[in-house]
Design a protein around this ligand. Structure first.
Ligand SMILES: C[S@@+](CC[C@H](N)C(=O)[O-])C[C@H]1O[C@@H](n2cnc3c(N)ncnc32)[C@H](O)[C@@H]1O
Length: 262
């Protein structure tokens, strides 16, 4: 994409932006997620994927559990989930309120979902209830400490912070949940809780940066309408984010997992 074209962020529909954002998110975060899941998921398992998004992990899980296993993948919005293989069921479902079978899954996981939810305790409790005794619950969420503690150019830094603050005010979004995942899982009654995290360099205009900045491109116009910053500020911020010379450390992608007591 031409990084000098200041209208580039206006010509795509919101749905196209979101499909591409989810694709890049998968490209950047799937390798660490699947490395962990390879340790926890076996052929024949029954797995719950909450907030399926673009569906890349759900399809990986379906392949991993094989023909004797099953995957149930849920989301409040399934439009980006793609075509499911035979052993993958896609279900429109809100993890905070909709029913799930009790004690049915060998593993239940959610990546980049719980931190967005005001009722994240309820969501985790329901994931634990749906897991078999002895099964695993995995939560993966970002911690923006690394991203926010480095020198990001202005106005990009302010636009990022304003957007995150607006999400928190609107929906209780917690951009620092990553650092709290271990006590969060232990507080839900899980045992053998462990965690790991990874960071990577975000390069301007590349998938390593666009998985995040496409979200700003999508939400930015609403924040301009709300008067949180003006259109010129948004355009300058997004142009900085796509400058090939831009490079920054990503938020920490924290994965935590624990076992439901047998
Ligand atoms: C940041 S995306 C992450 C998608 C995917 N888990 C991934 O890591 O690639 C968050 C996803 O959670 C879904 N979501 C948000 N609230 C939800 C809820 N209450 N129940 C189920 N899914 C939800 C969104 O629709 C979106 O697909």
């Amino acid at each position: 994409m031409d990084t000098t074209d200041k209208t580039a962020y206006r010509v795509e529909e919101g749905a196209d932006l979101e499909a591409r954002r989810l694709e890049y998110l998968g490209a950047m975060f799937d390798p660490a997620s699947t490395a962990l899941l390879e340790r926890l998921v076996r052929p024949g398992d029954h797995v719950l994927e909450v907030g399926v998004g673009g569906g890349s992990i759900a399809r990986w899980l379906a392949d991993r559990v094989g023909p004797d296993g099953r995957v149930l993948a849920t989301d409040i919005d399934l439009q980006f989930a793609g075509e499911p293989p035979a052993n993958l069921e896609l279900r429109e479902h809100d993890i905070t309120v909709d029913p799930l079978p009790e004690a049915s899954f060998d593993l239940a996981r959610a990546r980049g979902v719980l931190q967005h939810l005001d009722r994240r305790e309820d969501a985790l409790e329901r994931m634990v209830a749906a897991t078999k005794p002895g099964g695993w619950v995995v939560a993966e969420d970002a911690d923006f400490w690394t991203f926010e503690s480095q020198a990001i150019p202005e106005p990009l830094a302010t636009v990022c912070r304003t957007l995150q603050d607006a999400y928190t005010e609107m929906s209780g979004h917690d951009r620092y949940l990553g650092r709290r995942l271990v006590p969060f899982l232990r507080g839900a009654g899980l045992v053998d809780v462990d965690a790991e995290g990874h960071v990577f360099a975000m390069h301007g205009g590349q998938p390593s940066a666009e998985w995040y900045f496409l979200g700003i491109a999508r939400a930015g116009p609403a924040l301009v309408s709300a008067g949180l910053f003006d259109e010129d500020t948004l355009t300058r911020a997004l142009t900085q984010a796509r400058d090939p010379d831009f490079a920054a450390l990503s938020p920490i992608a924290v994965a935590a997992w624990g076992r439901k007591p047998a």
